[in-house]
Design a protein around this ligand. Structure first.
Ligand code: GDP
Ligand code: MN
Length: 435
């Protein structure tokens, strides 16, 4: 059968990685002024947050069968109600429409990290994306590869996209992709053996990919000129028209991150990610945002084993195969410091830290949760999960190929959906009323 705990995260942990206190000088960056890097969070607030982050969402003692059942039922209801409310687009002023002066004017691109052999899969994805969105907005594409794209690949992509579409192809420098020098190859191999059973854990290239998408992609020379990147993977589907400029929406509404699917991860892949992250927080408590999504991080109700294996992280994460990032935020001092720290902890190789939990923890801890946007109007699937909203009566926005509220083909994987947790604890009334 299809065995997949959730986000495709995977690993075996290693307990003995020494956790050294993190200091600016270990990053090789010059120390910025505290006022430049802090979220402005005051000591009494971050102390309280640190305490909260050390305790589960619900007391372990009070988590009996009935409490859990009731909470899970409530979450199911929240998800059902939300996905069955007919929606069209965010109800905000100033949506930019096709043909408007500002349409297509954001510093934004689609980002496709692929290999030559992914050609058919990525063509399917970008053709659906063009049909549902980009034919009206004409945003450019950046294709990246750790190897070299063949002429056949480039020709086929150009042919598949409308004439005049700006398309760039780039290779990734080894310094941004390869295993870094602080990783010992023999030790890596030993750990890979222990990680067998965790999806992709035995592939060096997958570790490189996860690290690249965590801490490097936004430094690639072809992406420097852009603020936003919409990540597109091979083999994904878009089922409904998006009739406004989503990048302009993000800019005008001060969003730094857009996602569609919200899942629990496989805790074995990130056994020490949370404890290491907590070390970083203790060294840099002022980085915590006072309006951070701590409840979502601390949820121990739905997948208590995940919380236990990671010693304190729900494993809820934004599924990054779809993500719209504000790369200026990633390029900022807090995210960069966190990445340098994580890299120094070696978990991209000795465990199998995914870019999804890494990005998600950064956002959930260091950003105002109001700046993270669930694009629930964007109907999307990457096997095996789907985000499918319902449309107003008579609307022709959606093509009918996804069923509203449908999440996954296997009932036993319904539990992997963390969206209700986000809705309940991280969305304020303004967010809830936006659609
Ligand atoms: P999954 O969704 O977690 O199963 O991972 P994927 O196999 O879809 O990989 C995630 C993204 O990285 C996709 O866009 C892949 O095309 C890309 N990718 C993964 N490994 C490599 C690699 O070794 N080289 C290149 N160029 N792209 C890769
Ligand atoms: Mn994928």
């Amino acid at each position: 059968g299809y065995q997949l705990a959730s986000g495709y995260g995977y690993t075996d942990g290693l307990g003995e990685m020494a956790s050294k206190p993190y200091k600016w000088y270990t990053t090789g960056l010059s120390a910025p002024l505290l006022s430049d890097v802090a979220n402005g969070t005051q000591p009494h607030t971050y102390k309280e947050l640190l305490n909260k982050l050390q305790s589960p969402l619900v007391d372990k003692e009070s988590l009996d069968r009935k409490v859990v059942d009731d909470l899970l039922k409530e979450r199911k209801q929240i998800y059902w109600n939300t996905l069955h409310t007919p929606i069209k687009e965010p109800k905000v002023d100033g949506l930019v429409r096709p043909g408007d002066k500002l349409a297509g004017s954001s510093k934004a691109c689609f980002l496709c990290l692929v290999r030559n052999e992914d050609l058919d899969g990525i063509i399917g994805s970008i053709q659906e994306l063009e049909e549902q969105f980009n034919e009206d907005f004409n945003y450019p594409y950046v294709f990246l590869n750790d190897g070299k794209f063949t002429k056949d690949f480039k020709d086929a992509i150009r042919k598949a996209l409308p004439r005049g579409r700006k398309i760039e192809f780039g290779s990734i420098e080894p310094s941004l992709w390869d295993m870094p020098s602080n990783i010992d190859e023999n030790e890596f191999k030993e750990h890979m053996e222990k990680l067998s059973g965790i999806q992709h854990a035995d592939q060096l290239s997958y570790h490189n990919m996860c690290r690249f998408y965590s801490k490097s992609f936004y430094h690639h020379p072809l992406l420097k000129k852009y603020k936003y990147a919409w990540r597109v993977e091979p083999g994904v589907h878009f089922y409904c028209k998006v009739e406004y400029d989503v990048f302009q929406f993000m800019q005008m509404n001060d969003k730094i991150y857009g996602y569609v699917l919200n899942l629990y991860d496989s805790p074995e892949s990130i056994e020490t990610l949370w404890t290491k992250t907590f070390d970083f927080l203790q060294e840099n408590p002022h980085y915590l945002n006072e309006n951070c999504a701590h409840e979502w991080v601390r949820d121990n109700v739905q997948k208590p084993d995940n919380y236990d294996v990671t010693q304190g992280y729900s494993t809820c994460h934004f599924w990054t195969n779809f993500e719209i990032t504000d790369m200026d935020w990633l390029r900022g001092p807090i995210y960069e410091a966190y990445m340098e720290f994580l890299d120094s902890q070696k978990g991209f190789y000795y465990e199998r830290w995914g870019d999804a939990p890494v990005r998600s923890l950064a956002l959930a801890l260091f950003a105002d949760k109001g700046r993270i946007h669930w694009f629930r109007d964007i109907a999307y699937s990457h096997f095996p999960y789907t985000n499918c909203p319902s449309c107003p009566e008579g609307s022709e926005r959606c093509n009918g190929d996804c069923r509203p509220g449908f999440f996954v083909p296997w009932e036993n994987l319904e539990i992997e959906n963390c969206q209700a947790t986000w809705i309940k604890y991280s969305m304020d009334q303004k967010d809830l009323d936006m659609y």
